[in-house]
Design a protein around this ligand. Structure first.
Ligand SMILES: [Zn+2]
Length: 178
């Protein structure tokens, strides 16, 4: 019931072309091309890849003359870094919902840190389940406050789910940030 129609998705993607600085243009173009191949739906459901897949069922995305597994790109667009190992919480290789994808190595490290009592806090980006960086949360709030972007567009622009964008704006999470 919460599906966005393909048309709504296309509009959401088109509308991400707002107030971008030059440095982020390449990433933004890649982001638009990438998300146009994904069925972006609300909440915690799987966002399925609609492009071609490899023999293991992982989406294939072409960028800079290379073929990259789609979940790796989804992780990159969310975290601004490539994962060592893009793992699925949902065990669905076609899924590109950044909420469902984690860097196996990173998550293991953080869990290890927590077990050893060295993790200082469980809020914000230090938490191993953090899906947005502190800087991104602050930028999203400023963006939304400008009144020119809807929650849907904000979510698409930042590669997060609608519910995550909602938690950012309503300050349900990341309350320690301005
Ligand atoms: Zn999933």
């Amino acid at each position: 019931m919460n599906n966005m129609t393909p048309e709504a998705q296309r509009i959401a993607i088109d509308n991400t072309r707002v107030t971008l600085d030059c440095n982020s243009m390449n990433e933004q173009r890649m982001s638009e091309r990438f998300w146009s191949k994904v069925s972006v739906v609300e909440d915690s459901r799987c966002w399925l890849w609609n492009g071609s897949s490899d023999v293991n069922g992982y989406g294939k995305f072409r960028a800079s003359g290379r073929t990259i597994r789609a979940p790796r790109v989804a992780f990159f667009l969310r975290n601004s870094r490539w994962p060592n190992n893009a793992c699925h919480r949902c065990d669905n290789p076609r899924c590109c919902n950044p909420d469902h994808i984690f860097d196996g190595t990173h998550a293991e490290n953080m869990r290890d840190m927590a077990e050893k009592g060295r993790a200082k806090t469980d809020r914000g980006e230090a938490h191993w389940r953090a899906v947005l960086t502190d800087a991104k949360v602050i930028a999203m709030r400023a963006d939304y406050k400008s009144g020119t972007i809807s929650l849907y567009r904000l979510a698409a622009k930042n590669g997060c789910s609608f519910s995550t964008a909602q938690r950012v704006i309503k300050r349900t999470n990341w309350r320690h940030l301005p």
